[in-house]
Design a protein around this ligand. Structure first.
Ligand SMILES: O=C(O)CCC(=O)C(=O)O
Ligand SMILES: [Fe+2]
Length: 527
């Protein structure tokens, strides 16, 4: 495993709660303004810069993009969130072959604002509202959470572009906001903007035919790059510093579309393949004690005893990772699911996040029971995850005992019962600056209870060290299936993610789950 000092390049910023004072680093802003601050431990050239609180990221600032000037525009339609109207793709409500329109929510300090793309002139829909009386009404009839109508008043509300194809809505919104005049959507531009095809029958193969979760699913990562987020975050008018985050569904494993027919190999061939995969995975499983209290379990998640049996006897490769992805995909689309965290000043974290058990708020650098950006209650940690975490700690103990000759392994690495989990999804450009995890309870921190981190998808370069200094940090690749545990003397290490290596997701996993490019990371802790 590679462990070496990183040199230059990786520009970090401050950490989760490790940076109580503002301005310890360079801000790299998307508006092209780099603000120097004292005590810079990272350069900002490569785009890692800090935000307030936990993460040290690229930030997109609201100020960098076209702002609404408070005048109504004819190009966008704003609608408030309609309650529970989710429909399954291809259902009659979805209009046959079209997936449900995505909804995005602008999460403000004072409430949640949503907007939904509507169909365009090619396919007019009855609920098209463009400067219509209905639109007026929807502006007026704010839900309770719209406690400060003056912040996003009717006049401030953006009017969304109209398009028949929900696939491109975010790109379209971006385009609309960048260009003064909307261009007509064509099949060509649609394909240009999004590689995913959503037409045709949805074969939800890897979920075993289970019903899809509320189908806010048809937004792809590609359609939600940072610039889009930046633009979305601006909706509602400039000059308001109230917008914290964009709550927008992210489907990390979109259903495969049924446009191409794949021939399944025979059962015999499949089982042979599975056995080989299982064998290989077991051979590749290994563990390392990186430093006292810090253990890396390589290739740990791909296989477990239970999964070994399962994958030998069942047709589908059902590894831990598949199950975790499936759970995270579903949770990520539901209430309290993935969103783009941001800060009071408009800075955005360079990842999507959701929290389980309790919400971790990047602005406050604190945990809370209800997510303040939208009032969502964080989902509970699935029991299956809990078991895996406990087992990983147990296996780390065994490894420490074997490798380090320590007899009281629990002194080295305390046991913990996970009750909170931060789930991050890094797109290929995702990063996380050096930080410490220090927002758990005093008791948990004092006991040095470990953080247990699962990596799934693309490989991440993970930096860690005793100082918030990228030049002094060591680095290790976290590949799909790796579990990293850091507690005891390593509980307060500085750590971060400098790069995501593109196209490193194992092919079998990609095929099985249709995971979008990027990396899923889950960090479990005991509050
Ligand atoms: O993505 C990772 O490996 C680290 C995530 C992390 O440090 C955090 O969520 O606090
Ligand atoms: Fe962390």
């Amino acid at each position: 495993m590679s462990q070496q000092n990183t040199r230059g390049g990786y520009s970090g910023s401050r950490g989760r709660s490790s940076r109580p004072n503002r301005g310890a680093f360079h801000h790299q802003r998307h508006d092209g303004v780099n603000k120097p601050f004292a005590n810079d431990s990272f350069g900002s050239k490569d785009g890692m810069s800090q935000g307030r609180g936990r993460y040290l990221h690229n930030m997109s600032r609201g100020s960098g993009s076209k702002q609404f000037n408070g005048k109504p525009s004819s190009k966008y339609v704003y609608r408030q969130k309609s309650p529970a109207t989710d429909v399954i793709p291809n259902s009659p409500e979805a209009g046959g072959s079209q997936l449900r329109q995505p909804e995005c929510f602008l999460a403000c300090r004072d409430g949640l604002h949503s907007f939904t793309a509507q169909s365009d002139s090619k396919t007019p829909t009855p609920d098209l509202i463009q400067n219509s009386p209905e639109a007026e009404r929807s502006h007026m009839e704010q839900p309770e959470s719209f406690s400060s109508p003056e912040l996003v008043s009717g006049a401030d509300l953006p009017i969304l572009p109209v398009h028949s194809d929900s696939r491109n809505i975010l790109l379209d919104m971006t385009r609309m906001q960048i260009k003064e005049t909307p261009e007509e959507e064509t099949e060509e531009t649609a394909t240009e903007n999004n590689d995913f095809s959503f037409s045709g029958e949805v074969k939800n193969e890897w979920t075993g035919g289970e019903p899809l979760p509320p189908a806010k699913a048809d937004i792809q990562e590609q359609a939600f790059q940072e610039k889009d987020v930046k633009n979305l975050a601006d909706i509602g008018g400039s000059g308001h510093s109230v917008q914290q985050a964009v709550v927008c569904p992210l489907d990390i494993c979109p259903p495969k579309t049924g446009s191409c027919i794949s021939l399944k190999p025979s059962l015999l061939e499949t089982n042979k393949l599975k056995r080989n995969q299982v064998k290989l995975a077991m051979e590749r499983q290994s563990g390392n004690v990186l430093r006292p209290g810090m253990v890396l379990l390589k290739n740990y998640l791909s296989i477990s005893d239970q999964v070994l049996l399962y994958s030998l006897f069942f047709f589908s490769l059902s590894s831990d990772m598949v199950k975790i992805l499936k759970e995270c995909r579903n949770l990520g689309l539901g209430p309290g699911g993935f969103y783009q965290p941001g800060y009071r000043d408009g800075a955005k974290l360079n990842l999507k996040m959701m929290c389980l058990g309790k919400n971790w708020d990047p602005e406050k650098s604190a945990y809370e029971d209800i997510r303040s950006v939208d009032g969502a209650k964080p989902p509970m940690i699935p029991g299956y995850f809990d078991q895996l975490v406990r087992k990983a700690i147990q296996d780390s103990h065994a490894l420490i005992g074997r490798n380090s000759g320590v007899w009281n392994v629990e002194n080295e690495l305390p046991r913990m019962s996970p009750d909170i989990c931060i789930v991050n999804f890094y797109a290929e450009s995702g990063k996380l600056g050096l930080h410490q995890d220090r927002d758990e309870s005093q008791e948990s921190l004092a006991k040095h209870l470990p953080v247990v981190s699962f990596s799934i998808g693309d490989t991440a370069e993970f930096l860690y060290g005793d100082e918030r200094d990228v030049d002094k940090a060591q680095k290790v690749n976290l590949e799909s299936g790796d579990v990293l545990v850091f507690g005891g003397k390593s509980r307060h290490i500085f750590h971060g993610v400098s790069t995501i290596s593109t196209k490193t997701t194992p092919k079998a996993l990609q095929e099985e789950t249709n995971i979008i490019p990027g990396r899923l990371n889950l960090t479990f802790r005991q509050y």
